[in-house]
Design a protein around this ligand. Sequence first.
Ligand SMILES: [Zn+2]
Length: 317
Amino acid sequence: MEAIGIDIGGTKIAGAVVSDSGEILVEDRVPTVAGDSEAIVDSVVLMIEKLAAGRNISAAGVAAPGFIDVDQSTVYYTPNISWRHEPLRDRLAQRLDLEITIDNDANAAGWAEFRFGAGRSVDDMTMLTIGTGVGGAIVSRGALFRGGFGAGAEIGHLRVVPDGLPCGCGAKGCIEQYGSGRALLRIANGIADVGGIGLGLAAVRERTGSLSGADVAALIVDGDPGAHQALRELGGWLGQACASLSAVLDPQLFVFGGGVAIAGDLLIDPVRESYLAHLPARGYHPEPEFRIAQLVNDAGVVGAADLARLHQRSHTS
Ligand SMILES: [Zn+2]
């Protein structure tokens, strides 16, 4: 059964018709009209109508950033889009002749990895998406964990440093401030300031005015010792967070997605090393696997479509 998946991002809305096996059959994307929630709803309606035209489709899943209620109908809060207690599912359902499901974007991406990507061989998986911030998704016993209110699995706001760096969420010391793409830039700038192994980073910063993610990524590929050190420090923080997550969730597998995950083993190795150093009951706790996500850009739409299909099946059976 084909289903539609839509992923509402900060800069673009992506959509696709997705097969039962997670394959993208047709896709579409339009820019997000920043700050205009009405225009975003219009874009999503238009995109679903266009994708469904001439096809036998009865379910569409929409992934959005922020808190979604446990009934998967209302967006409690979305950064950037200004949705506050927005009844998104009903608004879309009123205008479309399809069953609509909404979910958090990180949940959708994690679900796609679980069903069709790096997590397809396990039942318990924890995913960390290392982009500008740190996103998370938890699959426990083959089901997505949403929490009692639907706002669970916000791994980015796990505290790793008491009274640490202020976070966009209002708290301090969240892993997002130490293990994200933005944190990688802060760490790299610190290494550049010191000189020594930071000379390569400092030279690029001098030339470009400020270090970008692409600059650091290029230096990592070139084997620059300062850029590699920045990645090791980032991995060290993420490994600590994973050790705390293991104590609570005990996943068989940690999956890393997002832009920084392109570093592959250069990220995974320091994560694992730090994980083992910080794990409670070290030496006795079974060791989970650490893998890089496989679906990259398509995960949000593939996961949203599959969750819509699942939701519909649970209603009709
Ligand atoms: Zn936070």
